[in-house]
Each structure stands twice: as C-alpha cells, then as structure tokens.
Ligand binder design. Structure first.
Ligand SMILES: Nc1ncnc2c1ncn2[C@@H]1O[C@H](COP(=O)(O)OP(=O)(O)OP(=O)(O)O)[C@@H](O)[C@H]1O
Ligand SMILES: [Mg+2]
Length: 247
C-alpha cells in the first residue's frame, strides 16, 4: 500500500499560493527528496503533512487513512515524526535525558505494565540505543546546548526516531553543517532501517543524490518534476528551474 498519498493539495497565504494542486505518492521504504528554490513551498508542504499547517484544499492519506487537517500530535501518533529547519531540543537537559523524554512520550502507556524501576531501565536502554544510532559518541550527560550544531541536529534526529515512526520528515537535515558533519548525516540516514520511509527537504545536491531514490522538484508551490533520482538528474526542465541555479 502507498505510504503517503497527497491529492490536489492546495494552500495559500492571502494571494500567495504556496502549495498549488500538489499530487504525490510515496511508497514504503522510499527515500524521497523535495528540492526547489528558496520560497518554493517545501516547508509549507511538509508542515501540511505533519499537521503544523492546515491545507486550504486537497487530501493527505497516510497508510490509507485520511489525515488531512489532523493536529500534529495526532499525526505523530499515526506514525509520522519530523525534524525542523530550526532545532527543537530541551537545551538545558542532557543528551540522554532528551532522548529518554522522547521515548517516554511515545511509549508512556505501553510501559504502564512494568514497575517504575523496570520502566526507567527500559527507557534508559532505548535512549542509549538511539544515541548510538545517531552516532553521538559521548556519555550522554552533556546538556544539549553544549553540543556542536551538527550534534544538535543528530540529537534531534534521535528524538524523531524515538517515536518509531513509519514516516520521517526531515527539513534540511544538513543545513548549516560543515562538510564533515554533512558526511556523517548522510551515513546516518543511509543506515536507517529500510522499513522507515523518509521524506526530506534538502538543498545540498550531494546529499540528495547520495540519499534519495526519488526526487520531487517544487517551484512556486507546483510540482515541476517527480520521479526516480536518475531521471530527475537527467531532466532538462529540472536543470533549468533548479540545478542551473546551483554553482
Ligand atoms: N505563515 C506564513 N504567512 C505568510 N507567508 C508565508 C508563511 N509561511 C510561509 N510563507 C511564504 O510562503 C512561501 C513558501 O515558504 P516555505 O517556507 O514553504 O518555502 P521553502 O521552499 O521551505 O523555502 P526555504 O528553502 O527558504 O526554506 C514563501 O514565500 C514564504 O515567505
Ligand atoms: Mg523551508
């Protein structure tokens, strides 16, 4: 079954149309990148999927359920996790504490069965596993604010993964990163389980072509091209509207 289906999605801010009858289907396990110039409507599209922004028209289907207009917490419980263009951490809390809270928020009810001590140890074990998965190599006590920018983005990814989502939405996961940090994030994303479907907004074409198997190009809120990465890379139209702008 198609994991995410977007049908005739439409959103405007006053006279500005940011999502113009977008249609998109994403299959389970796909690594799908959305590219397009600044202001093309990439974040607005992802915000409509995540529930942060209500569409003015059209439908969004997740695993066959109509999630159009659902609030973010309900979308999240339905299996969608995300990171933001700007990060979203508890800056004064430690790395593991941030992860434990994220795991607890997701697993809360399912852990009721266990004693408090057992519950804490399960949360701690899962938090440590997540810390390793996002390659934060440290003891986990450092407050999030002391991490480098790249490490904060890694932690944010760990928090998103804590919910064991079916669909992970990433808004520019490598923005502002050094080349070394970017390379680490590429590896990290590549190592995520194939059961997870990923929809990412990304400006860095190296990241896009390393990670994505499908690409959608947005321009003024419209899909100008969508398909397998190799096809998009070879498309003259795409070069014209986007790749040509890259130096
Ligand atoms: N809440 C809002 N109110 C009014 N206009 C908005 C709002 N949010 C976004 N916009 C406008 O909608 C357009 C699309 O914005 P969006 O953030 O979706 O683009 P983007 O493709 O993610 O851009 P970037 O690459 O810069 O992140 C922009 O012109 C932006 O200024
Ligand atoms: Mg954006």
């Amino acid at each position: 079954m198609t994991l995410l289906r977007i049908e005739n999605l439409y959103r405007s801010f006053g006279n500005l149309v940011v999502t113009n009858n977008v249609n998109l289907a994403i299959e389970p396990g796909e690594r799908h990148a959305i590219i397009g110039p600044n202001g093309a409507g990439k974040t607005s599209l992802v915000n409509q999927i995540g529930g942060q922004l209500a569409p003015s028209g059209g439908r969004i289907w997740l695993k066959g359920n109509d999630i159009t207009g659902w609030p973010p917490d309900r979308v999240s419980r339905a299996g969608v996790a995300r990171t933001f263009q700007r990060n979203n951490l508890f800056h004064n809390l430690g790395v593991l504490e941030n992860l434990r809270l994220a795991v607890g928020a997701r697993r809360g009810r399912s852990l009721d069965f266990f004693t408090p001590v057992r519950r804490l140890s399960l949360l701690a074990a899962r938090a440590e596993e997540l810390m390793r998965q996002v390659e934060l190599r440290q003891d986990g006590t450092a407050p999030a604010r002391n991490l480098s920018y790249g490490e904060q983005r890694q932690l944010e990814l760990g928090i998103a993964l804590a919910g064991e989502p079916d669909l992970l939405l990433l808004d520019e996961p490598t923005s502002g990163m050094s080349p070394a940090e970017t390379a680490r994030v590429i590896e990290l994303i590549a190592a995520l389980p194939r059961a997870l479907t990923i929809l990412m907004i990304e400006h860095d074409m190296n990241v896009v072509f390393s990670v994505a198997d499908h690409i959608t190009v947005l321009h003024y809120g419209e899909v100008v091209a969508s398909g397998p990465a190799a096809e998009i890379r070879a498309s003259d139209r795409v070069r014209e509207v986007y790749l040509g702008m890259m130096h």
